[in-house]
Design a protein around this ligand. Structure first.
Ligand SMILES: C[S@@+](CC[C@H](N)C(=O)[O-])C[C@H]1O[C@@H](n2cnc3c(N)ncnc32)[C@H](O)[C@@H]1O
Length: 270
């Protein structure tokens, strides 16, 4: 499992937060829904959702104990009664292990932003999501889809072939699960979901210059970066940046761009 640094992620995930906000808008919340946020990370998106649910509730779950501890420390306050976090794997969603009385709640929405491309078993996730939803409940997710960050992957793939880095990457396997819309749509009915929308959506990810791009690489491309001994990680990141920015230079405002592809899924429990 990749080792997340919750503090760094919280500081360098503004692009993910913008996408999450776009996804929340699509939920058309009325304020009394009970929501499960799968892969809640540092918890800022979950907490934001809780503020939109004065009569509802949101539970954020994440497989990283560090992320969950950070989310609890940053966002749980006595005054906010409609927000909780728990450590749980997206492939093993189990209502019986939910904290407090949440076991008894029929969930209205299972939400997930920027997570599912880390998950190797989508049918297991979908079965768990289906189990916690009440009848007619919504599944709304956005994750990396087929072709996501192809230019970043290309630079990494070339770098790890070089003699300097190759020894660190013996038996390395591509770490992300970027599915097509057709692949995903096929899994939904098998888990008793009726697809409403399954789309690949291109997005321009913007980072504040070279440093912004470096922070994103450092905090979310750990499957590559953490293969290398700690003392050499910054060297690998620097080589990545030089190569990437050589082919995709900063724009006239000094920002860097990465072509992303989101797999957006909306479905109803049947
Ligand atoms: C890029 S962060 C997204 C965090 C948050 N949803 C956001 O929009 O900012 C990805 C999160 O997915 C979590 N994650 C990865 N695999 C997971 C799994 N199998 N089960 C639950 N969480 C997982 C990671 O621990 C990490 O916190």
């Amino acid at each position: 499992m990749p080792q997340w640094n919750a503090q760094d992620y919280a500081k360098s995930s503004s692009a993910q937060a913008i996408w999450a906000q776009e996804l929340i808008t699509k939920l058309n919340l009325s304020g009394d829904e009970v929501v499960l946020d799968v892969g809640c990370g540092d918890g800022k998106v979950t907490a934001e959702m809780a503020r939109s649910l004065p009569k509802g509730f949101v539970l954020g779950i994440d497989s990283s104990a560090e992320m969950v501890e950070f989310a609890i420390a940053e966002h749980i306050q006595p005054a906010i009664a409609n927000l909780q976090f728990a450590c749980m794997d997206a492939r093993k969603i189990d209502k019986k292990s939910f904290p407090g009385k949440l076991f008894h709640f029929p969930f209205h929405i299972v939400f997930s932003n920027a997570v599912l491309h880390w998950v190797d078993d989508q049918p297991a996730f979908l079965r768990g999501a289906n189990r916690v939803l009440g009848w007619g409940g919504k599944l709304v997710t956005s994750s990396g889809g087929k072709g996501c960050a192809v230019d970043v992957v290309r630079v990494f793939e070339a770098l790890i072939q070089q003699s300097t880095w190759q020894p660190y990457f013996t038996n390395f396997q591509f770490p992300y699960f970027f599915y097509s819309a057709d692949e995903y749509a096929a899994w939904l009915p098998e888990s008793s979901f009726q697809p409403v929308r399954v789309d690949l959506v291109p997005k321009d990810m913007i980072h504040a210059g070279k440093e912004g791009l470096a922070s994103w690489i450092r905090t979310t491309w750990m499957p590559y970066i953490h293969r290398v001994s700690e003392s050499r990680r910054e060297e690998l990141i620097e080589e990545f940046l030089q190569e990437y920015l050589n082919h995709h230079p900063l724009d006239s405002h000094g920002n860097s761009h990465v072509k992303m592809v989101r797999l957006e899924v909306e479905a109803i429990k049947i």
